[in-house]
Design a protein around this ligand. Sequence first.
Ligand SMILES: [Zn+2]
Length: 229
Amino acid sequence: MNMAAQQERPSSTSVRPASVVDGVYDNIYEQLMSLTIAPGARIPIDMLARDLNVSQTPVRAALSRLEREGLVNKAHLIGYSAASQLDRKQFDDLYNFRLLIEPEGARLATLNMTPAALSQLEELAVDMANGTTPVDRTSRYSRFARIDAHFHDEIMRIAGNEVMRSTLFNLHVHLHLFRLMYHSRVTEDALHEHENLLAAFRAGDSVAAETAMREHITHSRDRLIPAFE
Ligand SMILES: [Zn+2]
C-alpha cells in the first residue's frame, strides 16, 4: 500500500477521475523505482501522455503528486525530471534521524499496543514475507518497500505522537531508500529483524522493542552502504 498516494489522492471534486491519475501515477512510480527513468533524467509530459495513451492532465496531476513525495523535481522552463538518488551525506542524515525517532516510536508503541494493532502489524509482516507472487524482481522490491513503509508508519501511528509520525512520513524515507536498494539483496534479513520487533511487542517489552528497532535501522543502513562504493 502506498500511504502517500492515499493521503494525497485528489478529492472527489476533482474534474479528472482519480482512477486515471492513480493509474498514471503507478506507472511513473514503477519506472522511477526500477530506475527505468534514470535519476536526473528529464520527464517529458507530452511523451509520457502519448506512451500511456492519456491526455496531459492526469500526467501533470501524477507528476505533481510525485513532486510532493520528492521523487521528481520541477524546474522553471525545463519541466520535470527524476530526482537524484540520495548522496552519502543525505543518506547519513536520514539514518541518524531515523535512529533518533524510530526506536523511541517502538518503545511508545509497545506501551500503547492493543491486540488489534498487533495483529495488523503481524499481517503486514506476513504480507511482506509471502504475499502474491511478484511478476519480477522490480515489483518484488517495490512491493516490499511499500509494505515496509506501511509497517513502519503503523508503528509510529500506534506510538501516538503525531509530530513524530508526520515528520517521518513526510520524508518519504522508503521511496528514496528503495531506489538505492534496487541492486542489493535486502529482504530476508529485514524480515527476521521485523520478527524480533514483533516478539518484543507481543511480550509487551518496551526496552526490547526499542533495541530491536535500533538494530533493524542500523542493519538496514549497513546493508545499503555498499550502494555508495
Ligand atoms: Zn523495516
